[in-house]
Structures are given as C-alpha cells and as structure tokens.
Design a protein around this ligand. Structure first.
Ligand code: FES
Ligand code: FES
Length: 186
C-alpha cells in the first residue's frame, strides 16, 4: 500500500509517494537521493543512519517514513549555518575524528543529540545519582562513550570522536582537560 507524504529535510519540503513499509532512511536515500545518512546494518545496530527528527536523534533505518510526516528531519549535511560547519563538525575535523568517514554523518547527528540531551538533564547509564543540576550532567569522556555507544566506527576513530564531542560540549573559552589517549578503545 502506498501513501503520499511530505517530509521536511534540512529545511526543504519534499512531497513523495512511498510504500508504507518504507523506512525513513530509504525514503531519504532512495527516493530523495539525500545520501548524508549512510546505510550500514539496516537493523538499528550501527548508528550510521542517525538523523535528528524534530531535534531528537533517531536511527532512520528503524523509523517508517510515514511516521516522519510533518516532522523536521535534519541530516549532518543540514547542520551547518551560513556556510560554516556546526561546532561538532568543526571539532571532529580538528581532532581527526574520522578516517573513512562512513560513520561520520551519523556520529555528527548523534553528538548533536547528546549535547542537547545532556543540556536537558537527561541521565545516561553511567551518570552518578544526583549528578546534573543546572546545565545537566557533565559530559565526561565516560559519559560521551556511553551516550555515543550506539554509533560504531569500523576504523577505530573513537579517541578523536570522544575528544571532539568533549570540545563541542565545552563552554567557549574554557581550557581543555588532559588530552585523551589515542587508540582504538572506547
Ligand atoms: S543502518 Fe541504521 S543503525 Fe545501522
Ligand atoms: S571513520 Fe570509518 S567507519 Fe568511522
């Protein structure tokens, strides 16, 4: 069964007809030819298809396109403003947080979601009881690893990714803590 839907992606409205079983990821990539979100596993296990759906991160391979009707979809390609990259994207470049880049658009969207979730005070599995208060829990390396654990990187660029998210989470002008060790662990 087909359905006519409209999707707003990176600020642009699109009308399309899809089989109601079509995932948001396939609607983006196969119907609209928006290839920033990548298809890694197609089973919700790698995070490479992560986008922001009305500001909240989702794995788009597990969302039906019809369920995204009327929502604002933001991909990594739509995060920059006025020709400038989002601060997460800039930090990933500065900290060498990508190698092949396949996972990177999903890492970017997920990291933006992490910053917003922490700022809203959402705890993670490693947040100590009572931590948070104004501004939410501090995004330590352990918090970032936990919150980003749904985004896999086959190249092992994790050390750079963690450092980049730490930098993006740091208030402007605040000095960094001791540098994160390099390596493939997370
Ligand atoms: S392609 Fe969606 S989580 Fe892997
Ligand atoms: S940079 Fe290659 S999979 Fe992450």
């Amino acid at each position: 069964m087909d359905a006519d839907i409209s999707l707003t992606v990176d600020g642009q409205s699109h009308d399309l007809r899809v089989d109601t079983r079509t995932t948001l990821l396939d609607a983006l990539r196969e119907h609209l030819h928006i290839t920033s979100p990548k298809k890694g596993c197609d089973h919700g296990q790698c995070g490479s298809c992560t986008v922001l759906l009305s500001g909240r991160r989702v794995v788009s391979c597990l969302v039906l396109a019809v369920a995204a009707e009327g929502a604002e979809v933001t991909t990594a390609a739509g995060l920059g403003r006025d020709g400038r990259p989002h601060r997460v994207q800039q930090a990933l470049v500065e900290h060498d947080g990508l190698q092949c880049g396949y996972c990177t658009p999903g890492q970017v969207c997920s990291a933006v979601g992490v910053l917003d979730e922490a700022a809203a005070g959402w705890p993670s599995a490693v947040t100590p009881p009572g931590a948070g208060g104004d501004g939410g829990p501090a995004l330590t390396a352990a918090e970032i690893r936990e919150r980003m654990s749904g985004n896999l990187c086959r190249c092992g660029a994790y050390a750079g990714i963690v450092a980049a998210v730490e930098e993006a989470a740091r208030p402007a002008g605040e000095a960094p803590a001791a540098p994160a060790p390099r390596g493939g662990g997370r």
